[in-house]
Design a protein around this ligand. Structure first.
Ligand SMILES: Cc1cc2nc3c(=O)[nH]c(=O)nc-3n(C[C@H](O)[C@H](O)[C@H](O)COP(=O)(O)OP(=O)(O)OC[C@H]3O[C@@H](n4cnc5c(N)ncnc54)[C@H](O)[C@@H]3O)c2cc1C
Length: 373
């Protein structure tokens, strides 16, 4: 079976990986260089922030992120030579209003990754000595990890590019589909070239609304800008991830510390601005004042593919038999990525699914359209 995938962010790349491992022939397209959009810009926390604030359908996909990435890293590393560093740091959360609800969530769910404990000041200082003493207590999630997402993308791209069943096409903008009798015959690029395949997958992140008009569907996926600031400290300087008021610090193994993030609706603008950058720095220095001694080495913004509830659309597009989608992962596309791609592969190949596909069905698009109209 030949499958054409449009979009080479984490959603498209992992879908390609899942399908090629089942013997499918893959053509994957991106309008720019692969793996440079939201999936590059993200922080790589392998859990929704404050999981109790999300629908269960988000947490169901996210719970498999870490173990599936471990498996993929073991498989890809010997071939690509790129370790995407699943960094087991744990996470401290300082939002006092979330203490009880977070601890109860951990108790109720018994999910290994979401185990949590309450830390008083002494225990907190032992786990992370750089926390400002004004934070007298915290809740601690010892099993939470982060992934070095730019390397993750590099690794998958390198693996797919050397695979004999994969045709990897960058700088190619897919404009529209040629559809007849509820079937896509081809996808058409900016030069008018027709790409033929048996099945087609839309994995176009924040750009996914582009398809709404042609498919006569409401696709409520919009770009939501998030900015980041990167510090460079010595390796292993900051022992844990830290979070307060939706701002966070994410330590990498080599001492880089990713700090974020903001939320802004400003179309497809990816220019960081001084005020937002300062807000991020202030929020992170409030948690870890000693960070101020280290240099800022990079700043950027990325476009999250928002969806109304953060639950992605995964499955067959209504009324078209061979067109699928894997879009709308909003703030959690990296942690939901592996299970989302696995679910789509199982649906496409008519295999039994690990999780119930219903909450993710693109049939919701029709219902949402009815509600809106
Ligand atoms: C600042 C920030 C922090 C984040 N932190 C985290 C985190 O800690 N943990 C987490 O799980 N998630 C996080 N996220 C969210 C996560 O990054 C996204 O949900 C995820 O990357 C979305 O992946 P995607 O493949 O759907 O989209 P993208 O990575 O944006 O990829 C879509 C691709 O499709 C291509 N494309 C679009 N239209 C076309 C077309 N017509 N033809 C050809 N190609 C096309 C684009 O060029 C792009 O490469 C964060 C996001 C941001 C911005």
């Amino acid at each position: 079976m030949h499958i054409a995938i449009i979009g080479a962010g984490i959603s498209g790349l992992l879908t390609a990986l899942e399908l090629v491992e089942q013997g499918c022939q893959i053509s994957i397209f991106d309008q720019q260089q692969a793996g440079q959009a939201a999936s590059w810009a993200g922080g790589g926390i392998l859990s929704p922030m404050y999981p109790w604030r999300y629908p269960q359908a988000v947490n169901t996909l996210a719970q498999y992120g870490k173990s599936m990435y471990q498996t993929w890293n073991e498989k890809l590393l010997p071939i690509t030579g790129i370790d995407f560093e699943i960094h087991d740091t744990g996470m401290l959360i300082f939002d006092e209003d979330d203490f009880d609800i977070g601890l109860n969530y951990a108790k109720r769910n018994q999910e290994p990754m979401q185990q949590a404990e309450y830390l008083k000041h002494n225990a907190l200082a032992q786990i992370n000595p750089w926390i400002d003493p004004k934070f007298q207590h915290a809740i601690y999630f010892p099993e939470l990890s982060n992934i070095r997402n730019p390397r993750l993308l590099q690794s998958i791209v390198a693996y797919l590019k050397q695979h004999p069943l994969v045709n990897f096409v960058e700088q190619t903008h897919i404009i529209k589909f040629q559809i007849q009798s509820q079937k896509v015959l081809s996808a058409i690029d900016q030069h008018g070239n027709k790409i033929h395949a048996d099945q087609f997958v839309i994995a176009t992140g924040a750009w996914s609304q582009h398809w709404a008009q042609q498919l006569n569907l409401d696709i409520p996926v919009h770009p939501v800008q998030g900015q980041m600031v990167l510090f460079k400290a010595p390796a292993h300087w900051l022992p844990t991830m830290c979070m307060n008021k939706v701002m966070y610090l994410i330590p990498r193994q080599d001492g880089h510390i990713v700090c974020g993030s903001s939320m802004a609706h400003c179309g497809f603008d990816t220019t960081p601005d001084a005020k937002t950058q300062q807000n991020i720095v202030d929020a992170c220095l409030e948690m870890v004042p000693e960070l101020a001694q280290f240099p800022i080495v990079k700043q950027w913004a990325g476009l999250r593919p928002s969806s109304p509830t953060g639950v992605p659309y995964i499955g067959c597009i209504p009324e078209i038999n061979n067109l699928w989608m894997n879009v709308g992962h909003f703030r959690n596309g990296l942690c939901m990525g592996p299970a989302s791609a696995q679910l789509l592969r199982q649906l496409m190949l008519k295999q039994s699914t690990r999780i119930d596909p219903m909450p993710y069905s693109p049939e919701r698009l029709n219902t949402e359209q009815l509600i809106i109209s």
